[in-house]
Design a protein around this ligand. Sequence first.
Ligand code: M6R
Length: 643
Amino acid sequence: MCGIIGYIGGQPALEVALAGLRRLEYRGYDSAGVAVVVDGGLRTLRRAGKLANLEKALAESETSPQGTVGIGHTRWATHGGPTDGNAHPHTDCTGAIAVIHNGIIENFASLRAGLERDGHELVSETDTEVVAHLLEDELATVNASDGPAAAAGGAGAAGPGEEAAAAGASRLTEAFRRVCRRLEGAFTLVVVHRDHPDVVVGARRNSPLVVGVGAGEAFLASDVAAFIAHTRSAVEIGQDQIVEARRDGVTITDFAGNQVEGRPYHVGWDASAAEKGGHPYFMLKEISEQPAALADTLRGRLSGDAEIVLDEERLSAQDFRDVDKVFIVACGTAYHAGLIAKYAIEHWTRLPCEVEMASEFRYRDPVLDRSTLVIAISQSGETLDTLMAVKHAREQKARVLAICNTNGSTIPRESDAVLYTRCGPEVGVASTKTFLGQVAACLLVGLYLAQVRGVLYGDEVARYVEKLQAMPALVGETLATIEPMRALARTLADARAVLFLGRHVGYPVALEGALKLKELAYMHAEGFPAGELKHGPIALVEQGLPVVIVAPSPRGRSHLHSKIVSNIQEVRARGARTIVIAEEGDTVVEPYAEHLIRVPATPTLFAPLVTTLPLQVFACELALARGLDVDQPRNLAKSVTVE
Ligand code: M6R
């Protein structure tokens, strides 16, 4: 939810931090702040509101802090409103320590009470501030003892020279470790200390933290986007680990102080991928990138002889043969991708498949065992609800396959296997291209399961594969002819509400259309199975209400098509303004559609890859017509790292 960057090196830390925060602002934009270590002091500046407010305040201040060690934060508020005072970084009583945080410290109330009893003065409403004060105490304790200095190579108490500096840094790290052991909940923390200008220390538990390693510099950040302009060499930090970053490298230890190896990796995209590329909004850019994103998800997964290859599998074919039940866990848009997957997996494999909102999964005690395959879908790989569902599933001995877009993120690491969607960075808060990647990845998993279990014949799989390979071009075709949807959306900026109806795989598409409109245009929007309408929701229909209907193909599933035609007539009869998404050649719907948006004909199970596109464009354009920021909708954050 919050975005974090820490820097140590030779460049001006303030500039590095601000540039990093610009790329991380999608994670939260309630307030922003920086702290820079400057000549034995700490300069901190924080402002409520978007990063622009902080930048304005910095521009207006007489001197901007110069220094090569610093931290920056962009906040999505949990504890305490979005005010200057609650903005990060937070400091201790002495003003020597500055802390930034992503996550929630669940035992902060008791920790705060203890600190206040001991005479600490806490000035914000946040949970984060306790960390600065705990560190102040722990550092005093560590400094008063010789142990950590000895651990750093026998250096004594602080004195002149590098040895003393190393000993001091080591003490800070040891004190920080002690603090982390006392914290409950989820956290990424990054700390600087005015008396330790040769180190930035970070920690993570159930919240993202990656390290960037450059020449003579290091970065700690929530996401590689924050440092991609400087280095593409990254190191994964594991669960309950501490990283001590210096100019000459990084040291990683667990919370007990044991040294551990981080997993280094190369970031496969560059800074230009995280820029708007001439588009006014990231969302518009990401919508336009969908043909390429889909092609990238499929690339290399379909072998020459039309077999499905899941090349990042750590589960064997036998493991997949042993599966007797599938659960899909995910949130929001990823959940909708899971709902689509259910139709494909059950149809192709004849395995029962349940789709569950990750936030509910572990609390209802689902029946899981060694033969259960749990598919966790997450763009960010950091959604805490999904992560907790993964952990629960593994505790119950189920096998977990992650479908994820972010290399090095937590959910793939906590799973038995991973299939990356490879859509590139998605910065707009609303998921667009990664939804298509998730649907495609799910289809691949469904075909793979059917293939290894022998439920589909080779030639049947080959036919699906051929059609799947054609989908990126059809996505491109759909986007090329989408202008009528844009124009229509602009005329509906004053609508009070919009309903979305679908059947079969069109139902999750309807849910996704409604979610997009809610989050971007702040409008009342609901998605329903068209057949369910008569059981209550039809009471919402009134004169002029826009109703978007995702029509199934009339080919092959004509019984479904005729049903939806009846549903269109039902809402029309009650005054609705019907907007019908229908495939080329579907002439039956024409008389009932006030507005008809065409998409190319596809196999039934692949239709969401094209029918979703007009709904993304509809929500985006309508929100823009209402004067809203589609990249940073109110109250939201791209990556939800709290439960
Ligand atoms: O990163 P994840 O895919 O796990 O995120 C899950 C949801 O928070 C996410 O899909 C959200 O609903 C979308 N940003 C909505 O467009």
